[in-house]
Write a protein that binds this ligand. Structure first.
Ligand code: ARG
Length: 465
């Protein structure tokens, strides 16, 4: 084997042009798959021995050599060159340097097509789990912050107009629910990735008596069913990208909300100095960059998902080099969500809330629905009640007073059934306490939600072992 020629160089008269080599190479980014590539190769080498495709000594030597390469990778000592083309070639080249020509037998009954697909499956399986744990950490922070501010009220918004008072803890637990759905998506992506394509070889299987069930079991995976599907499938990567993108959208919405909350206009919360930055020109500025980046980086995540969808849409079954483009968007998405989740829990824990400002904003006309519901409870048809309270709101504007301050005679003038309305209903605290439906923002309901959230996290911790 000539040292200069690529591993497929046998049928070629000359080496690849340098510019083509650069275009063609995936080693600058797929070197990240090296630990997975080596673990897959160790399983393959063991299977080759079990099946008498290589001798038991050769199998052991291959596995030992691969373990030595893995140690180099883990120690950061593994070096590659562009001539290696991709991680599979680089690992095999290094193996040959370490154990000699027995390395030339490793690729029996295997192709880079099933190999690269396996590497990516293993990567997705780990990444999905790592992200799942990071989402759980964010959920724990949400619950802690919710518990520490159990009676803080703020306005809930529709159309970004003050709508009705809600508990801050209720608001935070809304994000908890979104994250809980994210967890399920990452679990599903992990499950989809847990299938080994080894044994598919290039696309149609191999004449060697390989045992796909053996390699799959070595890696804790399910074996392939259809060799053509096994080399073509990237659905599991799409699943992870989609899960990352939806999570990103959730983080982006949290980001947008905190950008508003920390503005002087809202003034609901202040970020710890460790999680905000200043302006190079305006000395007074304290900017919520991390939350802006959660909003900003989510654009990239949407792009990453789209990149792979578009790459895949035109590909016939089998391997096309387009598939090499599956890696960078995937890596980018995983790194991006992990970077965001790395800051979120502490940012939430260290933020300070201005309970007074929130409660002030939650009063006034945000209590109007309470009056309409009160009338409806007294038997007034809701539509009629709605009109009466609408008139009352207009009257308050004429009198330039807030709804809480409206005199009794004005209430009765707006609707006789408002006589002797309990005044505490016209406070943010009274309004939230008055909610009866399950899942509502009443302290009782939020207490139950918190308890459920705690139990969920405790169960998940047990599952985590
Ligand atoms: N570097 C390639 C990739 O990332 C590995 C598979 C190459 N297979 C092939 N038939 N050229 O997809």
């Amino acid at each position: 084997m000539s040292e200069k020629k690529p591993l497929w160089g046998g049928r070629f008269g000359s080496s690849p042009a340098e510019a083509f080599g650069r275009l063609n190479a995936s080693i600058p980014f797929d070197v990240r798959l090296a630990p997975y590539d080596i673990r897959g190769s160790i399983a393959h080498a063991r299977m080759l021995g079990e099946q008498d495709i290589v001798t038991p000594e050769e199998s052991r030597e291959l596995a030992r050599g691969l373990e030595a390469v893995l140690r180099e990778v883990e120690a950061g000592e593994f070096s590659w060159t562009l001539a290696d083309e991709d991680v599979h070639t680089a690992v095999e080249r290094r193996l040959r340097e370490l154990v000699g020509d027995v390395a030339l037998r490793l690729h029996t009954g295997r192709s880079r097509n099933d190999q690269v697909s396996l590497d990516l499956h293993l990567f997705v399986r780990d990444a999905a789990e790592e992200i799942r744990r990071s989402v759980l950490a964010a959920m724990r922070a949400l619950v802690e912050v919710a518990e520490a501010h159990r009676d803080f009220v703020l306005p809930g918004y529709t159309h970004l107009q003050r709508a009705q008072p809600i508990l801050l803890s209720h608001h935070l637990l809304a994000h908890f629910e979104a994250f809980r759905r994210d967890l399920r998506r990452f679990e599903a992506a992990r499950g989809a990735a847990n299938a080994s394509p080894l044994g598919a070889a290039a696309l149609g299987g191999t004449p060697h008596p390989v045992d796909p069930a053996f390699t799959a079991a070595e890696l804790g995976m399910e074996p392939l069913v259809n060799s053509l599907d096994a080399v073509s499938d990237r659905d599991f990567a799409l699943d992870l990208l989609y899960a990352c993108t939806v999570l990103g959208v959730h983080l982006s919405r949290i980001g947008e909300e905190w950008v508003l909350w920390t503005s002087s206009e809202f003034g609901f919360a202040t970020l710890d100095d460790a999680y905000s930055s200043g302006s190079s020109i305006m000395p007074q500025k304290k900017n919520p960059d991390a939350f802006e980046l959660m909003r900003g980086k989510t654009g990239r995540l949407i792009g990453d998902l789209n990149a792979l969808l578009v790459t895949l849409k035109g590909l016939p079954p089998g391997y096309s080099k387009d598939l090499q483009e599956d890696k960078e968007p995937l890596f980018d998405a995983v790194d991006t969500v992990l970077a965001m989740l790395a800051v979120l829990p502490e940012m939430l824990r260290t933020a300070r809330f201005d309970g007074e400002r929130m409660a002030d904003a939650a009063g006034g006309f945000a209590l109007a629905t309470e009056l309409a519901d009160f009338l409806a409870m007294r038997g007034v048809p809701f539509r009629e009640a709605h009109h009466a309270v609408g008139r009352l709101v207009r009257r308050c504007e004429e009198l330039r007073i807030s709804l809480e301050k409206i005199p009794e005679e004005e209430l009765v003038a707006a609707h006789p059934a408002l006589v002797e309305m309990p005044r505490e209903l016209l406070t943010p605290e009274g309004s939230v306490a008055n909610k009866k439906s399950s899942g509502s923002t009443s302290p009782g309901s939020v207490g139950a939600q918190l308890q459920r959230a705690r139990e969920f996290l405790d169960t998940d911790r047990r599952v985590d072992g």
